[in-house]
Design a protein around this ligand. Structure first.
Ligand SMILES: *[C@@H]1O[C@H](CO)[C@@H](O)[C@H](O)[C@H]1NC(C)=O
Ligand SMILES: *[C@@H]1O[C@H](CO)[C@@H](O)[C@H](O)[C@H]1NC(C)=O
Length: 226
């Protein structure tokens, strides 16, 4: 072996050693499942990747602050119907016992009749008090599912009860709901409601923002685009 070849061999040896130590330090983390479609339900309004301001809301359908924050956000949206896009991500809080069922109901409704997702969200908000932990303490899971399915029929369509109930046996709706939760975790969502405007988290997240607050956040952003 000539001098040059020996030097090259040493260099390669050192590189392999460095690469080896690099990879042995890499933590093996499980890849979060990648959904075929990005999470979230788009409210009617401007397209998300157009010229609009994008508001993302992480809501737990059984959370009173999520419920209270929806009407003012909707009002702000109606003020600028073509310039704001709203995307709701279900984020079932683990300490609300029926929240995963309620969030799954939204995915089932979206699958059966996509125009019924928001009407069902509003129904769940309206009747959420019947699904709080104390109210469901002595109820079976089947009876909670049955109650939510009956509620859903009003939004999804009058002959939808049996298909809605079979949605709870469909592994795809379970997986979509898990992904919603994991997606929120991946964006460091720690409670509901939690808002992002154009991808940036709002520090006031966690309580219901009023209409005036929304206007004060959105007005300057929309002026910049004129
Ligand atoms: C659940 O049922 C038990 C037994 O009937 C009753 O004593 C208790 O008050 C109920 N709990 C709630 C939260 O309704
Ligand atoms: C789908 O849902 C919308 C909103 O609730 C409702 O108006 C419509 O009738 C439903 N479609 C069917 C086929 O039931």
């Amino acid at each position: 072996m000539g001098k040059a070849a020996a030097a090259a061999a040493r260099t390669i040896g050192v590189l392999l050693f460095l690469l080896g130590s690099l990879f042995s330090d890499v933590k093996v983390e499980a890849q979060m499942p990648i959904p075929a479609k990005i999470d979230g339900f788009v409210y009617k309004g401007a397209p998300v990747w157009g010229k609009s301001v994008v508001v993302e809301a992480f809501f737990d359908p059984l959370c009173p602050d999520s419920r209270d924050s929806w009407p003012p956000l909707k009002q702000a949206l109606l003020h600028y119907p073509d310039r704001i896009s709203v995307v709701v991500h279900p984020f079932p809080l683990p300490y609300h016992n029926s929240a995963f069922i309620a969030a799954r109901a939204l995915h089932i409704a979206n699958k059966l009749n996509s125009s019924s997702t928001y009407p069902l969200l509003e129904l769940l908000f309206k009747f959420q008090e019947g699904y709080y932990d104390e109210q469901t303490y002595n109820l079976t899971r089947a009876s909670v599912v049955g109650g939510i399915a009956k509620l859903a029929v009003a939004a999804v369509g009058k002959h939808s009860l049996s298909s809605f109930l079979s949605g709870f046996d469909d592994p795809a709706t379970d997986s979509a709901t898990r992904i919603s939760f994991k997606y929120g975790c991946s964006r460091a969502v720690t409670g509901t409601p939690y808002f992002f405007v154009n991808g940036v988290p709002l520090s006031q997240s966690g309580s219901a923002l009023g209409y005036k607050k929304w206007r004060s956040i959105l007005d300057p952003l929309l002026e910049k685009r004129n």
